[in-house]
Ligand binder design. Structure first.
Ligand SMILES: Cc1cc2nc3c(=O)[nH]c(=O)nc-3n(C[C@H](O)[C@H](O)[C@H](O)COP(=O)(O)O)c2cc1C
Length: 394
C-alpha cells in the first residue's frame, strides 16, 4: 500500500502538496479550506516585525504561464500572530510561519520567531526571498527579503540564531535572483537549520499595453514596478535549484516553483524534494484541484511500485551530469503512422532539413541530414514521432 504521508522532522504531513506563502494563506478560513481539500501543510502569508514598505495586493496572471505581482499586502507582527493562533484553533494542518525580521537585526528575527512558536506555528519559514520588499525599493537603506538573501553570511547568522532560539523546525526561503544559489544553500546548510524552500518569486517586469504607450496591463495599477514573477515560466529553473541543492547539501528540500500538475510534484520529488509548495496553480484554479492531484500521485505510486515519497526522492539525480558528460546517441526518428495526421507541424521546425513528406504524404527522414536533435518528437502534437531507446538496456 502506498502512502503520501511523511514524517518531516517531528511533523507528520499527510500530502507532499504544500500551499506556498501568499494570498492563499492569509486567513484562517482559507487555510482551513486548504486542509479540507487535502493539502499537506501551508506556509502563512509573510509576517514582518517592521514593514519596510506597506504593500498592496495586486496581481496579473496568464493562466498556465505566470503570475506577476509588483506588490502584496503583508502582515504586521500582531496580525501574523493572530493568523497563526486563530488558524491553529480551527485547523490541524501543519502551519509554517513565513516571517522576516528587520534586515540583519538578529534580535528582531528571534523575537518574531519565538512569537510565532508561542502562537502555535509548527515550523518557521525564514523569508530571505521577497523581491518586492527589496530589489525594487530599499527605503531608508533597510535590507529585507531578497536583499538579505543576497548575503549568505548574514542568512547563515540569522538562520543559526533562530534555530538555537526555537524548538520547532526551521526552513529558509532564499532568493534565486542575482545570486549563486548554491552558495546560499551551503550557508543555510552550515547554519544547522532543517531545510530550504524553493523557489520564491523571480524578479520580472510587468506586461505592458503597447496600445497605451507602454503602460502596465495590470488593473488598478498606475505606475508599476519590477516585481515577483511566479508560475510555470520558472519551473525548469526551480528544478535546477532543487537538484543542485539535493546533490550538494543535506537540507530537506521543499521544492516548488511552477508546479501546476501532479506530474510536476513527482518530478520535483525525483530531483530531491520532500514537499512541493504550490502557489500560482491554486491562485488560478482554487484548492479544489488538490484532491485530484493527491489521488493521481497516489495512483502513480501504486502503479509504479513506490510505497513512500522517500522511495521516489532523488531518483533523477543519478541521471543528471555536467553537460560535457551527457551521453548523446545518434538515433533516427521513427514514425507511428497510425498516430500521424499529416499536419506537417514537424516540417515547420526551423533548424531541420531532414524531414519531408513522400509522394503518399507519409513523413520520412533523410538519414544523411538528420542531426538526431530530438526536437521533432517533443513538438509533434500527436506524439507520432519517437526515438527507440534501445540503448537504455545496453
Ligand atoms: C501574489 C503572491 C504573493 C506571494 N507572497 C509571498 C510571501 O508573502 N512570502 C513568500 O515567501 N512567498 C510569497 N510568494 C511566493 C510563493 O510562495 C511561491 O514561492 C511562488 O509563487 C512560486 O510558486 P508558484 O510558481 O507555484 O507560484 C508569493 C507569490 C505570489 C504570486
Amino acid at each position: 500500500m502506498s502512502t503520501l504521508k511523511q514524517q518531516v522532522g517531528n511533523l507528520t504531513i499527510s500530502s507532499p502538496i504544500m500551499v506556498a506563502s501568499g494570498p492563499l494563506t492569509d486567513s484562517p478560513d482559507l487555510i482551513k479550506k486548504a486542509e479540507d481539500y487535502g493539502a499537506g501543510c501551508v506556509s502563512t502569508k509573510l509576517t514582518l516585525l517592521e514593514q519596510p514598505i506597506k504593500g498592496h495586493r495586486r496581481m496579473y496572471a496568464v493562466r498556465g504561464m505566470y503570475t506577476f505581482n509588483p506588490s502584496d499586502k503583508r502582515n504586521d507582527f500582531e496580525q501574523g500572530l493572530e493568523l497563526v493562533y486563530k488558524t491553529k484553533r480551527i485547523a490541524s494542518i501543519p502551519v509554517f510561519a513565513n516571517i522576516a525580521g528587520p534586515g540583519g537585526n538578529i534580535e528582531g528575527w528571534i523575537k518574531i520567531s519565538k512569537g510565532m512558536e508561542e502562537a502555535g506555528a509548527d515550523a518557521l519559514e525564514l523569508n530571505f526571498t521577497c523581491p518586492n520588499m527589496a530589489f525594487s525599493k530599499t527605503p531608508d537603506g533597510k535590507v529585507a527579503g531578497a536583499m538579505v538573501g543576497r548575503n549568505p553570511a548574514l542568512m547563515k547568522e540569522i538562520a543559526s540564531s533562530v534555530k538555537k532560539a526555537v524548538s520547532i523546525p526551521v526552513f529558509a526561503k532564499a532568493t534565486a535572483t542575482n545570486v549563486d544559489y548554491l552558495l546560499s544553500a551551503k550557508a543555510l546548510d552550515e547554519s544547522g537549520i532543517d531545510g530550504i524552500v524553493t523557489m520564491g518569486s523571480q524578479l520580472g517586469v510587468p506586461p505592458i499595453d503597447i496600445y497605451r504607450g507602454g503602460r502596465t496591463l495590470m488593473p488598478n495599477v498606475g505606475l508599476n514596478s519590477t516585481g515577483g514573477l511566479t508560475g510555470p515560466v520558472n519551473r525548469l529553473l526551480a528544478l535546477r535549484l532543487i537538484s543542485n541543492v539535493a546533490m550538494n547539501t543535506k537540507l530537506t528540500i521543499l521544492g516548488g516553483g511552477g508546479i501546476t500538475e501532479w506530474q510536476h510534484c513527482i518530478e520535483s520529488i525525483m530531483f530531491g524534494s520532500t514537499l512541493t509548495p504550490i502557489c500560482s496553480k491554486f491562485l488560478w484554479d482554487g484548492f479544489e484541484v488538490i484532491p485530484k492531484m493527491n489521488e493521481a500521485i497516489l495512483r502513480f505510486m501504486e502503479e509504479q511500485g513506490y510505497e513512500t515519497i522517500a522511495d521516489m526522492r532523488g531518483l533523477a539525480l543519478k541521471y543528471l551530469v555536467p553537460s560535457d558528460k551527457i551521453e548523446a546517441y545518434d538515433v533516427l526518428p521513427h514514425f507511428d503512422r497510425a498516430k500521424c495526421v499529416r499536419c506537417g507541424m514537424c516540417l515547420k521546425i526551423g533548424s531541420c532539413t531532414a524531414l519531408y513528406f513522400d509522394e503518399n504524404k507519409n513523413i520520412q527522414v533523410d538519414g544523411e541530414k538528420c542531426q538526431y536533435c530530438g526536437l521533432c518528437a517533443s513538438l509533434c502534437p500527436r506524439k507520432a514521432i519517437y526515438f527507440p531507446r534501445d540503448w537504455e538496456n545496453q
